[in-house]
Design a protein. Sequence first.
Length: 317
Amino acid sequence: MARVHGLHHITGIAGPASENHRFYTDTLGMRMVKRSVNQDDPKTYHLFYADANGSPGTDLTFFPWAEMAPARPGHGVTSETLLAVPTGSLGFWADRLAAHGVVPDPIETRFGEQVLPFADPHGLRLALAETSDPRNGVPWDGSPVPAEHQILGLHGARFPVARRGPTDAFLTGVFQLTDFGEENGWRRYGLPREYGLDGAASGTWVDVAERPDLPRGAWGTGTIHHIAWRVDDEAEERDTREAVEQVGLRPTPVIDRFWFRSVYFKEPGGVLFELATDGPGFGVDEAMETLGEALVLPPWLEPYRDEIEAGLPTLDD
């Protein structure tokens, strides 16, 4: 049994918050399920987009740091995030993206899956991947995208490293992921397909390329900040954290993010990983029918609400 249970969320760095919000809710049709702030930098938003219920494994989240320079691609930085869509949906999505001014790349076949790559307005590389695997994500009735074509959740991620050996050892050893082989320079690591056939919401894999020719990448607008992996609860998180520490990496203590508990560390290739618990979940402080409609703060930031709200830009709702 693997130590992680697929992807929990993936967090990117965006430009202006209103542009980010408009693209992910209007163009991609995802639901904003939590409107909050970066708990380590409360003067900026933390925006969460997901399925109707904010199910673990469906969340793509953003820190809108509009003042940051654009990202510098390279090893140690995630280069692409993949979102799952139902089989047969890519024609719909190619037309929809074009109608919204986004020119996607040609459809590709990767590891037997049809994939439509493109970039969001701030340069973040995304791809839609068709899948018929069961998912427990809940369609959002308020989406401008028909339910039969809606994004099902996270599918996977890709990142280059200078040397793949240490990352390989970590993913297959500590995380106990399966090596699914190599295609076009990318090696896939993840959970066996049958692991997700109980209807799991999460994507279950990452692709890693060895690219010593690339410079060290750097965070900036249009890149991924971290990849979060699911653990069931705090006990499993502590056990996995200990396994990470035992191989010489430096995980943080468990951090209370209110909606889940987190541990952060850099995998051997330099990509920032997080361990995140499935609970308590986004419904702990909001009614499910009104998720994401108002600014929600964790209890320790509530005394500063007036100051925080005054410093945040407005969003187009």
